[in-house]
Design a protein around this ligand. Structure first.
Ligand SMILES: [Zn+2]
Length: 436
């Protein structure tokens, strides 16, 4: 290994880091600068001894190595022979890497502070020229225990940010990724969203979930718009609602509220208490849209919320207008045939323009109707997730069967619909149990 290192240093200049990096996987708990420095000192001591014992060849090699090794050999050579061998620039990094690592960490710390990021990961972008120079040296000497310059920059800048500036390196859920460039000395940020887990209530009708802009203004007021009040507090750019399912625009969401994750994109402040966040969110549309936050969420929770929501049971309250008066017994008999029944349902006509036409079979888990007037009833219905309730009432011209209309033999329309209960995805239940 000493001979290999001597050959490397005779054939090209290498800084401590770039030499040490070729042996990065040998030894533990040292950095590449230590490795490079140790190899250089060993090579120089060896050549010093050979030269001291009269080898002219060793003295010649010493002069080349002293120049290529930089300060550690140059000073000794000057002292011994009274001649300055000079100092050549590192073949791979131009002798800029060591200083760059420190500068990049300082700059990254400054930028990260602007984004209120505390948990971070570091990425590195390195010029093609430098990557090629490194590969060439590795290939020429058959280097087997090295690492890449990118890995070294990522790790060393990360270490400085952690030890000197107090950042936490977190590969799973970082607040931000900081990408440092070499030799460009650029610092870029990928600022991750702030994700809040909780529920929303919609106490009015004609409110959509997503912001729905049209040339003449938003189509409906939306839950997302109500949450815009969070942008001032967080300095974020926009809010996206990821909900466990959705109710119709004209249906209210009462009772348990609907589980959701609110995503605030590109926030400038993220370490804010849930109470403060909730207070800001609820200033958006008081009395109309209400939020409750139970914790922070991770990116992969969003998928779980969306997927699991489909299978969960839902509870609805429907106000049903009948085309003819019916009596209590007739209504009860019809409702009894639907309790526990499996409903065959083709995609409702009202959503056919945006949903595929397919047949689904969903169960009515429980149902109870009260006659408010001879042609007006209020029904509480518990169903498997994914059953269209308005069509369970009307029958949708035979596309949903059985239906309340079919069972009664009387036309029936759902004139008002409220969602009363949405079960939480399992992940939320687990966390609630865990926090108790
Ligand atoms: Zn170098």
């Amino acid at each position: 290994m000493l001979e290999e290192a001597a050959k490397l240093l005779e054939e090209q200049p290498l800084c401590d880091r770039c030499l040490g990096r070729l042996y990065a996987r040998l030894g533990r708990g040292w950095n590449n600068k230590d490795r490079g420095r140790a190899l250089k000192m060993s090579v120089i001591m060896w050549l010093h001894r050979e030269a001291a014992e009269g080898s002219v060849d060793a003295k010649k090699r010493f002069r080349i190595v002293a120049s290529n090794a930089g300060e550690v050999g140059r000073e000794l050579y000057k002292h011994l022979y009274g001649e300055d061998p000079g100092e050549a620039r590192c073949r791979i990094c131009g002798s800029m890497l060591d200083k760059a690592i420190g500068e990049l960490a300082e700059e990254a710390a400054k930028v990260l502070r602007l984004y209120d990021a505390r948990k971070i990961v570091v990425g590195a972008r390195v010029s093609q020229e430098i990557l090629e120079a490194e590969d060439e040296v590795k290939a020429r000497y058959g280097i087997k225990y090295g690492e890449s310059i990118k890995a070294e920059i990522r790790r060393e800048v990360g270490k400085l940010l952690r030890d000197k500036h107090g950042y936490t390196i977190d590969f799973d859920e970082p607040d931000a990724m900081v990408i440092v460039g070499f030799p460009s000395l650029t610092v870029e940020i990928q600022n991750n969203s702030l994700l809040l887990r909780g529920r929303y209530w919609k106490r009015g009708r004609m409110i959509s979930q997503a912001y729905w802009p049209t040339p003449s203004g938003p189509k409906y007021y939306s839950i997302e718009q109500a949450a815009w009040s969070l942008l001032q507090l967080t300095g974020g750019e926009t809010v996206i609602l990821h909900a466990a399912g959705r109710e119709d625009v004209d249906a209210r969401m009462l009772g348990t509220g609907r589980p959701m994750i609110l995503e605030i994109k590109n926030p400038r402040r993220r370490y804010i208490s849930l109470g403060e966040l909730e207070e800001a969110a609820n200033k958006g549309a008081p009395g109309l849209v209400e939020f409750r936050f139970t914790g922070r969420a991770s990116r992969r929770d969003i998928q779980i919320y969306k997927e699991e929501a489909q299978g969960k049971a839902k509870v609805y309250k429907a106000l049903v207008l009948l085309e003819e008066p019916v009596d209590r017994d007739r209504l009860k008999a019809a409702v009894d045939t639907l309790k526990g029944a499996t409903i065959s349902q083709w995609t409702p006509r009202r959503v056919l323009h945006r949903r595929r036409n397919l047949l689904r079979r969903k169960k009515v888990l429980d149902m109870d109707c009260t006659l408010l007037h001879s042609n007006l009833a209020e029904c509480i219905i518990r169903t498997e997730g994914g059953l269209y309730v308005k069509e369970l009432i009307s029958g949708d011209e035979g596309r949903t069967s059985p239906s309340l209309s079919e069972a009664l033999g009387v036309g029936a329309t759902c004139v008002e619909l409220d969602v009363l209960g949405v079960e939480a995805p399992d992940i939320e239940l687990l966390e609630e149990r865990g926090s108790k």
